[in-house]
Design a protein around this ligand. Structure first.
Ligand code: PRX
Length: 694
């Protein structure tokens, strides 16, 4: 209660400045995402006693290391990289980067000249250090009572078998493999198997539709798909194989042929219920145990691509973000170790799905590289009851718990007894990621879940950054509810104004990065030009994050939300353009415009304005059908929360949709529409308002 009283009503939000568009990025306005998260609540710093085993226990400890990481990044990262095995060392001058297109191709390299293998470092290295019989995966199934423990030795054997199978079907260094799996141990195992032989994994979240999966398979040219017969989410069965079959068929239609599909039999869909294509499909449980459990490691250059992960932006199709091997490995491990104070043997739980970057860096690679025990949870947090998370924490004696604000808010909405009925005394550190956390939810997490004892690390980062970038370090300085606080080692953030000028001291603007860090995105699969245009052209010389940010007088950073047309739904990035394209593909729809709106649980919801062809009535059937179309084309998580019929869309004379107006109408702020005189047809606005709620 004392800490809650530290929250006080927020000052009126500062006037939002309008940001000039810098082609081709559409920067709509600083802090365009008027976050429910932070609005109306301001928090004061909350000091928490925590002694970090990393030795960083004060801001001064941090600053010593941070200053070195900025002044001598090559030396700093080389020192940290020495804990790993490198088959060949890096050159002295191993790091280079160019963030300025005007000076040539944008690029980043780390550990030039070195050769390594991340699977070796994440798994074999621990076995060689005598930790072979230590558990590394603690799997908790969808239903209570289903669990499984795998040791580092078990994982090496299984990874090697899968790697040998991949080789047997012709997969080698540089080939891409699509992975479309539920949260079973075989998912990170498949990732590690690719890494072991230098293949490039492309994990596609199991919530994506056949269309989305096929697009990713074809773009990455994944000749092999690893999937499962099905997946279990609470009482729902996800027919993964059926979706994968359709995706493979769609990819074939677009000219790309998948050659092999490896199918893990999941109890939710027994063998007999799966359609089968002889010659193309192989049961995991039949083929993998036949394989040799030894598979030599393929040493790769530090810059060899480790994985692709598709992510949404403001425009066009999802981009295949490419991460490197050496730099990614060092960033993932170092951030995990310092932010979660993770030591070998710690029981650590990240609730993210491996289909997202958080699952890659902080469920699979980071904890394994640190020699920890990583909980893999197949189910959903409120099944069979909202106590599930805390029951899992109690069962495994979880020390670090890392999740998304949306999960915190959904559990906060339930009775506290679900939390308090389970012993949480093992918890030491709590973490959040993916979207801003509002101070009220933060305080609930801190007091009710963490009993006021655990620092909360609010980590800001992105698919493109590969690892956490702005984050508290536990115990080193007071937590600030709703703020990611300070840059991690090697990270040099800048706050830019709309002209790309760096702002000093206390400031609000657009967040950019001035210096490369080891896990910097290397390129966009197959389109380096698009990579440069997306991230390095809005503000030449800087990596453009797409986020607005405030910096306080003492240098702490608070993210204010996306400044482009990306909506953050439950911590999942959804591109408005993709949802609009899906809606417009519906026969009845002429045009659609999508904006985000504040949502109590999801952070942001999806609000779609839809104009129909003449002769179509605004009916409940069409509404349902439109939502279904988005589910089918992207996935259920991208389904619009609201469909607002529109007689037309508010456009400028040059045809640009004025989303600023649509955002206001969505939240009923009709008196804040601003200047509508530049619209081609100003009368359209009233027509849209009249159809609200219809
Ligand atoms: O807007 C920021 C938000 O999530 C975006 C990145 O999304 P994605 O690439 O899917 O990666 C999510 C997991 C790393 C960012 O541009 N975001 C992420 N973490 C935070 C956040 N917003 C506020 N606070 C955070 N801690």
């Amino acid at each position: 209660a004392k800490a809650l009283s530290q929250l006080r009503p927020r000052q009126p939000p500062i006037l939002r400045r309008h940001v000039v568009r810098a082609a081709p990025i559409h920067v709509s306005s600083v802090g365009a995402r008027a976050t429910s998260a932070v609005q109306g609540e301001v928090a004061r710093a909350v000091p928490v006693e925590y002694h970090a085993r990393t030795g960083i226990n004060s801001r001064a400890d941090y600053e010593t290391l941070y200053n070195r990481s900025i002044q001598d990044p090559a030396g700093f990262w080389a020192d940290l990289a020495r804990q790993f095995h490198w088959e060949k060392p890096w050159r002295k001058d191993h790091m280079s980067f160019n963030f300025d297109r005007r000076k040539g191709q944008v690029s980043t390299t780390f550990f030039d000249g070195a050769r390594t293998n991340i699977c070796y470092n994440a798994v074999d290295r621990h076995i060689e250090q005598g930790r072979g019989s230590q558990p590394c995966f603690l799997w908790e199934g969808n239903d209570i009572g289903e669990d499984r423990v795998m040791t580092f030795s078990d994982v090496r054997d299984e990874v090697s078998r899968v790697a040998n199978w991949l080789k047997s079907v012709g997969i080698g260094k540089g080939d891409s493999v699509a992975i479309y799996m539920p949260m079973v141990c075989e998912l990170p195992i498949a990732m590690l198997a690719c890494a072991r032989i230098g293949a490039v994994h492309s994990v596609v979240f199991g919530g994506f539709s056949a269309e989305s999966l096929s697009q990713r398979i074809a773009d990455a040219k994944s000749k092999v798909v690893i999937t499962a017969s099905g997946g279990a989410r609470a009482k729902k069965v996800v027919p993964l194989k059926q979706i994968a079959d359709k995706a493979v068929q769609l990819a074939a239609g677009s000219g790309f042929q998948v050659e092999n599909v490896l199918v893990y039999e999941h109890k939710s869909v027994p063998k007999g219920e799966c359609a089968w294509t002889e010659g193309r499909d192989t049961w995991y449980q039949d083929a993998i145990p036949q394989q040799d459990r030894h598979c030599p490691v393929e040493w790769v250059d530090s810059e060899h691509p480790l994985f692709l992960l598709y992510t949404s932006g403001s425009t066009g199709n999802p981009k295949g973000v490419v991460h490197s091997t050496g730099g990614y490995m060092v960033s993932a491990a170092t951030t995990t170790r310092y932010i979660f104070d993770l030591q070998p043997g710690d029981v650590y739980w990240c609730t993210a799905d491996c289909g997202w970057i958080t699952g890659h860096s902080y469920l699979a690679y980071g904890p394994l590289l640190c020699g920890a025990q990583s909980v893999i949870f197949e189910g959903v947090p409120n099944y069979p009851t909202p106590a599930r998370c805390w029951q899992v924490v109690e069962k495994y004696k979880v020390r670090q718990f890392y999740t998304a604000p949306t999960l915190v808010r959904s559990l906060e909405a339930q009775d506290n007894k679900f939390v308090t009925q389970h012993d949480r005394s093992s918890l030491r550190i709590l973490g959040t990621v993916g979207e801003p956390i509002n101070p009220r939810a933060w305080m609930w997490f801190f007091e009710t879940v963490g009993e006021g004892r655990c620092p909360i690390v609010d980590t800001w980062w992105q698919t493109e950054t590969g690892a956490a970038m702005i984050t508290p370090l536990p115990g080193a300085w007071p937590c600030l509810p709703g703020s990611a606080t300070l840059p991690f080692f090697g990270v040099l953030p800048v706050i830019l104004d709309d002209k790309g000028k760096e702002l000093d001291g206390e400031a609000e603007g657009i967040l950019g990065m001035k210096q490369a860090w080891p896990s910097t995105i290397r390129t966009v699969k197959g389109d380096h030009k698009r990579f440069e245009e997306t991230y390095f052209s809005a503000f030449p010389g800087y990596y453009f994050t797409g986020d607005g940010c405030k910096r306080s007088a003492d240098g702490q950073y608070t993210i204010t939300g996306r400044v482009d047309d990306v909506i953050n739904v439950s911590g999942h990035r959804v591109g408005t353009a993709e949802v609009e394209a899906a809606l417009a593909s519906h026969g009845a729809c002429i045009e659609a415009a999508v904006v985000g709106f504040d949502h109590d649980i999801k952070g942001q919801g999806i609000y779609a304005y839809v104009t129909l062809h003449d002769g179509n009535d605004f009916s409940e059937d069409i509404r349902k059908d439109l939502v279904k179309t988005v589910r089918e084309q992207i996935g259920a998580f991208a389904a619009p929360d609201v469909i607002h019929w529109a007689p037309g869309l508010p456009k400028t004379r040059s045809g640009k949709i004025m989303r600023r107006i649509l955002r206001k109408i969505a939240v009923k702020k009709d008196d804040e529409l601003g200047d509508t005189s530049t619209l081609a047809d100003p009368g359209i606005v009233q027509g849209i308002i009249e159809l609200r709620g219809k």
